[in-house]
Ligand binder design. Structure first.
Ligand SMILES: NC(=O)c1ccc[n+]([C@@H]2O[C@H](COP(=O)([O-])OP(=O)(O)OC[C@H]3O[C@@H](n4cnc5c(N)ncnc54)[C@H](O)[C@@H]3O)[C@@H](O)[C@H]2O)c1
Length: 333
């Protein structure tokens, strides 16, 4: 490809280039680069498109390690179903860090789904007990699926317990996922039943009020709090955040504003000094991960542009190698 050429990749092409194993490695690399200060991430731009019941998040940045500038424009348009359209889309644009020349435009929907699942697995790898076998899923949508697919790459999961605000969604999930991953997946009507006594809890809903109660939390559990990625979003009783032996975030700058910890900070149940680490600091050995079986650990994920850039970079390299996509000349140069 010439310097002025851009590779356009469809959702199917992106999907074929990004298996979960590679995504997990890419997300790990992204967190490491972030911890080493080789990433620049400006704050997320949020647009409310009230006239069409929609919202748009623009996440951007660059990662020196990959030599890439990336921007993801991701939407949630909640009336799209009336038009037979998906409830949101994401597009990623990559540019070369050295020259700023655009190199790729690709679907970002699959990348968002996979890189978020992968984030949960990367965190659980250093924070959950190594012998974790059971996973409790709160929210059986896209991320309810992705989180389990990713955790299965790291742990010998033999049971998944699932709850959703829509009972039939949890039941559909149980049927689909047990066939897809070949392990026992059961749906429960009470949220408490998927949280009590499980090894890893994953919360993946857009809830704006606490769903998981403090009394249900057992010693030694690891919690991946994934759903709260915007102001006001909340899935955990803030006392759970306060009781955790180790609170780990993807980025403190983001989580203090839009993550699960925003509520515990707001109610003065914790201070920022109580945050044990950003996940990358654990991955580079600057801070310890889990140190004892009985520790309660919490990972608060809000999603970093660096994850998108890392995964999109993997896709770009693989697509070039496989001769996939449509090459076009965007500029006159
Ligand atoms: N941290 C990150 O990097 C990251 C990345 C992607 C998505 N997310 C967030 O994760 C959450 C889930 O995303 P998804 O793509 O799986 O969405 P989804 O719509 O596919 O699934 C959400 C599920 O939650 C259930 N639900 C909806 N409202 C609820 C409520 N008030 N209480 C309890 N359950 C409710 C729905 O029935 C659905 O099954 C969203 O908040 C999304 O913004 C975070």
């Amino acid at each position: 490809m010439l310097m002025s050429e851009v590779l356009i990749l469809s959702q199917d092409e992106v999907q074929s280039c990004l298996p979960m194993g590679k995504t997990i490695q890419a997300v790990r690399d992204a967190y490491v680069a972030f911890a080493k200060g080789r990433v620049q991430l400006p704050p997320v731009v949020h647009l409310d498109v009230k006239q069409y019941n929609g919202e748009v998040d623009i996440k951007s940045g660059f990662v020196e390690d990959f030599g890439i500038i990336g921007t993801k424009i991701a939407s949630g348009y909640y009336d799209n179903h009336k038009l037979g359209l998906p409830p949101g889309v994401a597009v990623i644009v990559l540019m070369d860090l050295k020259t700023s020349m655009p190199i790729a435009v690709m679907d970002g929907t699959h990348i968002t789904a996979y890189r978020t699942g992968a984030a949960g697995a990367v965190a659980a790898d250093v924070l959950a007990r190594k012998n974790s076998r059971t996973v409790g899923i709160v929210g059986t949508g896209t991320q309810g699926r992705m989180q389990v697919l990713a955790l299965k790459e790291i742990f010998k999961i033999d049971e998944v317990w699932a709850w959703d605000i829509l009972e039939d969604s949890a039941e559909r999930y149980a049927k689909e996922m047990s066939e897809r991953i070949g392990i026992e997946v059961n749906a429960f009507a009470e949220i408490e039943d998927v949280v009590r006594g499980v090894d890893i809890i994953v919360t993946v809903t857009p809830s704006r009020q606490a769903l998981v109660k403090k009394d249900w939390i057992s010693e030694g559990v690891h919690i991946n709090a994934i759903g709260a990625d915007g102001p006001g979003k909340q899935e955990l009783d803030p006392h759970i955040v306060a009781m955790a032996d180790k609170i780990v975030v993807d980025s403190l700058a983001q989580c203090r504003k839009i993550g699960e910890i925003q509520h515990a900070l707001g109610q003065n149940l914790i201070t920022e000094n109580d945050v044990h680490a950003e996940i990358g600091q654990i991955l580079i050995g600057e801070k310890p991960g889990r140190e004892a079986d009985k520790e309660i650990t919490l990972f608060d994920s809000t999603g970093l542009a660096a994850q998108d850039i890392a995964a999109a970079h993997v896709v770009y390299k693989q697509a070039r190698e496989n001769g996939l996509g449509h090459v076009t000349k965007l500029l006159n140069t």
